[in-house]
Design a protein around this ligand. Structure first.
Ligand SMILES: [Zn+2]
Ligand SMILES: [Zn+2]
Length: 411
């Protein structure tokens, strides 16, 4: 602590001398940047230590809030914590950061890029592979890459790994999703996002259906910009969601159309965003949020596939009464889809013993990662994990049965 105080004293004396040459100011600037990098790294290390020591929790807060109270901007506090938490699992980057070679922004881009790459590998990465990717990003940063370029490189590596290891295509990998809603200093809200094809398609379908230009009362063209019309459409969607009084919010508000060629069902495609994999097509077909159109070679519809595919509201009520919540994670029933345990394309019937509640992210996970769900002799659904999760594939009870079991044991 004493050393930091004396360093602060020294730094307070630093000025740009009247007689300084351009060269001297340049060198001083370079040294100050190195110092800033070093300080940023030390702050990440200290943020991690504050978190590990539970300093904030002693007053019931989170470390990020504590850092903000101490004067850090929210995004900077988040960055320190992100880097601090990642350092222990990295092999080369901490050394460079500790020498002040990279800015905090660059270190953060590498940390996030490496996390992105690791998420894309179907079965995770070994130590050697991690090191290889870490080295690649460090080399690119040393050669002067921007944080944006680092992000692009990480995405490209991630896509390549996903292809090689049989992982999901980027468009269908929900683990990459991001959505932020951040207040701006002038009292507005900035929305940014990076969404998978399914949520993206729902968003585009909903926004486009409501953002069409409307003539002004005097018949002149709509004066709103396309951006303003989309924002108005978003408000309509939010208002509609807020006033929906159906007891089961699973009823879709955004209607999707999935077109499936009868001879090549693997070429299923969405209206706005195009082709999707069969796993995602099957997931979408589970619930009512979609109209499936089977087309022949001339793109003529053969079968809407509607009646036999969808659970009736009555069946939905019965399944909800049995499962109570997402059977995998316990997420609210109101958000859940009804999953066909045996897909209806594969001859699975639309009846109670073939349906169960899964929240959207568990639903996508079950379809993408090879989980099976069966009805047990207790007539409740059981989850069978893929071998990558449990080599023995031991069946797990539904979430509401798990908690019941724990209670019974306790009593
Ligand atoms: Zn869930
Ligand atoms: Zn499903």
């Amino acid at each position: 602590m004493g050393e930091i105080s004396s360093a602060i004293e020294v730094m307070r004396e630093v000025t740009v001398a009247d007689a300084a040459s351009g060269r001297q100011v340049f060198d001083a600037t370079k040294a100050l940047m190195e110092l800033r990098n070093l300080v940023d790294h030390l702050l990440a290390v200290h943020a991690e230590a504050l978190d590990r020591l539970g300093v904030a929790t002693q007053s019931g807060a989170k470390t990020r809030n504590l850092l903000m109270e101490m004067g850090a901007a929210p995004s900077v506090a988040a960055r320190w914590l992100r880097i601090g938490a990642a350092l222990a699992s990295l092999q080369r980057l901490p050394g460079y950061a500790g020498d002040g070679v990279f800015s905090g922004e660059h270190v953060d881009a590498m940390v996030q890029g490496l996390a992105h790459i690791a998420r894309r590998a179907a079965d995770g990465l070994c130590e050697q592979e991690r090191l290889e990717h870490e080295r690649a990003l460090i080399a690119q940063t040393l050669s002067g890459a921007t944080t944006k370029e680092l992000e692009q490189t990480a995405r490209a590596i991630g896509n390549q790994i996903a292809t090689e290891t049989g992982g999901l295509p980027a468009g269908e990998d929900r683990r990459l999703n991001e959505f932020t809603v951040v207040p701006t200093p002038d009292g507005r809200v900035k929305v940014t996002g990076d969404l998978d094809v399914v949520i993206g398609e729902k968003l585009i379908a909903a926004i486009n259906s409501l953002a069409q230009p409307r003539p002004e009362p005097d018949g002149s063209p709509d004066a709103r910009t396309i951006g303003a019309r989309r924002a108005d459409a978003l408000e309509q969607i939010l208002d509609a969601a807020a006033t929906a009084d159906t007891p089961f919010m699973t009823a879709p508000k955004t209607h999707l159309t999935l077109t499936i060629p009868v001879d090549t069902p693997d070429l299923a495609s969405l209206t706005w965003l195009g082709p999707i994999s069969q796993a995602t097509a099957k997931m979408l077909a589970c619930d009512a949020g979609i109209t499936e159109i089977i087309i022949d070679g001339n793109r003529a519809p053969l079968d809407m596939g509607y009646e036999q595919r969808l659970f009736t509201p009555h069946q939905r009520t019965a399944i909800t009464a049995r499962d109570r919540c997402c059977i995998k994670c316990g997420g609210p029933a109101a958000w859940s889809h009804i999953h066909h345990m045996i897909h209806w394309h594969d001859g699975g019937p639309t009846d109670l013993d073939n349906g169960c509640l899964l929240c959207p992210s568990c639903h996508a996970h079950v379809h993408a990662h090879g989980w099976d769900i069966v009805i047990g002799i207790d007539r409740h659904p059981w989850l069978i994990p893929p071998t990558t999760t449990d080599p023995h594939r031991t069946p797990l009870p539904a979430h509401n049965r798990r908690t019941m079991h724990l209670h019974e044991t306790a009593a």
